[in-house]
Design a protein around this ligand. Structure first.
Ligand SMILES: Nc1ncnc2c1ncn2[C@@H]1O[C@H](COP(=O)(O)OP(=O)(O)OP(=O)(O)O)[C@@H](O)[C@H]1O
Ligand SMILES: [Mg+2]
Length: 252
């Protein structure tokens, strides 16, 4: 946020800016340079897809952007804030307020009901459990769940339903940035389409920024821009439908 003339916070245009971002895992002979100088901008209100071969650094990049991993070098700001200038506690609370993360494996907690799973980010942010579950139930209705499903447990849900729960959980605390790691990889084509429609609708509604990692060319049509990654760097970013189409024939 930056201050406008009348002192009220003004939304910044750019949600995420990375310049020369680097990250290496391990040291010495075992060192793996996962990010070798990433330059990338993600704007508010856009759905940016991140594509590229396995091992090129996609999960590492979104983890740094989400404040889950610390970078080694270069710059990275999220809503004009820099994790490297924050303590661990400040990073955790910044993430808790501003960021929604959809993990590839859903990461739902089996002993909690659907509504309790979705309520988790609110409870972590300090909301009372009863109020949090009530707010979670409302967003679950938005993603197409009825009362019975809201009270069910993850193991009683299909893959597509579990993914919708994971998406509801990433949105429940109204984050301004949502990052998703392969949200449709476990889903059939039709369910994947529905999940992406939901992401885009709920994301655009509040001018949120969405970063979606995918190998799935069937969902490229939902992107505003596609960033291609190779060997720890962004190699191109395309934004026209025809270029998206040209890429969708190449990248799977
Ligand atoms: N915690 C870690 N420790 C060591 N090396 C890691 C770690 N996480 C990732 N790497 C390595 O960093 C590189 C980038 O990994 P990353 O998971 O970001 O790739 P990716 O593009 O997400 O791949 P995929 O499409 O298979 O999910 C890989 O060589 C990987 O083995
Ligand atoms: Mg990955």
């Amino acid at each position: 946020m930056t201050a406008s003339n009348n002192g009220t916070p003004k939304q910044v245009e750019v949600a995420v800016r990375c310049d020369g971002l680097t990250k290496t895992f391990g040291t010495g002979n075992a060192a793996v340079k996962a990010l070798r100088g990433v330059d990338l901008e993600v704007r508010n209100g856009e759905l940016l897809m991140l594509v590229g071969p396995s091992g090129c650094g996609k999960t590492t990049l979104i983890s740094v952007i989400a404040g889950v991993l610390r970078r080694d070098g270069g710059d990275c700001t999220v809503f004009a804030q820099d994790y490297n200038r924050m303590s661990e506690d400040e990073t955790t609370s910044f993430r808790g307020v501003n960021i929604g993360f959809v993990f590839q494996a859903f990461n739902l907690i089996p002993s909690l009901t659907t509504a309790e799973n979705v309520a988790t980010p609110l409870i972590i942010n300090g909301m009372k459990p009863t109020a949090a579950v009530s707010q979670a139930s409302k967003i679950l209705v938005e993603v197409g769940f009825d009362d019975r499903m809201v009270r069910s447990f993850p193991q009683d849900l299909s893959g597509g339903q579990q993914q919708r729960v994971a998406i509801a959980r990433s949105l429940v605390h109204q984050p301004r940035l949502i990052v998703c790691d392969e949200p449709t990889s476990a889903l059939d084509g039709e369910t994947g389409h529905k999940v992406m429609e939901l992401m885009r609708r709920l994301g655009r509604a509040e001018n949120r920024a969405l970063v979606v990692v995918t190998h799935d060319s069937r969902i490229f049509e939902f992107a505003d821009r596609i960033a291609e990654m190779e060997d720890g760097r962004i190699t191109q970013v395309v934004d026209s439908p025809s270029k998206l189409k040209a890429m969708s024939n190449q990248v799977v």
